[in-house]
Design a protein around this ligand. Structure first.
Ligand SMILES: CC(C)(COP(=O)(O)OP(=O)(O)OC[C@H]1O[C@@H](n2cnc3c(N)ncnc32)[C@H](O)[C@@H]1OP(=O)(O)O)[C@@H](O)C(=O)NCCC(=O)NCCS
Length: 190
């Protein structure tokens, strides 16, 4: 029997006040490259800025994952409600062995930083994970040096759980991660 956590969700749309999320399409490659290909935006990510071809492959993976059964990966375009421009990208990856739990990742175009949109995006991902997918736990890993990500996750209600030493391999060597998480009960209380 398929777990209730893996009930499929297709053609995701999740709407907030300033941002909304939808499935990525091939037409989003250039917009996503403005995040994944940007040296500033990838500063705390465990990889060097991606090429356009690498971003196209990530988008392709996202499109493929939307049709997978069970669906474990959501790659979503982040749009500005006012301008309807794609200004970022969000991922939610359900753990196949623990399908009550999913990891989120997010990035916005640097020209949109510092206006509370990152915090809004974390909130929107939590709402998507808990309300639409019925998850129990949503977590994220950040570089210990990534202060904006730390503040965005804390403000949105993702508590710090601890530090994983040498969690990821980066072009600069091993990097620790600080883990943040929210649980559905706690989140509902907020
Ligand atoms: C993480 C990210 C999404 C945050 O986006 P953002 O729109 O700047 O976030 P917010 O405006 O909501 O700011 C969040 C907090 O960080 C603070 N902040 C933002 N930029 C900052 C900076 N450069 N230095 C210090 N603090 C900063 C804000 O003041 C805010 O703090 P507050 O809640 O106390 O007011 C954005 O920095 C980003 O896309 N980074 C690249 C990708 C990345 O690192 N993703 C996270 C992986 S875990």
């Amino acid at each position: 029997m398929i777990s209730r956590y893996l009930l499929r969700m297709r053609q995701v749309v999740c709407t907030g006040t300033r941002l909304w999320l939808r499935e990525v399409t091939e037409a989003d490659v250039a917009a996503l490259h403005a995040v994944y290909g940007d040296p500033q935006a990838t500063q705390y990510m465990p990889f060097s800025p991606r090429t356009l071809q690498q971003v196209a492959a990530l988008v392709e993976e996202g499109v493929r994952s939307a049709a997978a059964e069970p669906r474990l990966l959501y790659v979503l375009a982040v749009l500005d409600v006012e301008s309807q421009e794609v200004i970022g990208v969000a991922r939610l990856h359900i753990d196949a062995e623990r399908p009550h739990s999913a990891e989120i990742g997010l990035g916005l175009r640097p020209d949109r930083w510092g206006r509370g949109m990152g915090t809004d995006l974390v909130r929107l991902l939590l709402a998507f994970g808990f309300k639409q997918l019925g998850l129990h736990r949503v977590w994220g890993a950040r570089s210990p040096a990534n202060l904006p990500a730390q503040l965005a996750m804390l403000t949105a209600g993702m508590v710090e759980e601890g530090r994983l030493r040498h969690h990821v391999s980066t072009p600069a060597g091993w990097r620790d991660s600080v883990i943040h998480a929210a649980l559905d009960g706690e989140w509902a209380e907020r």
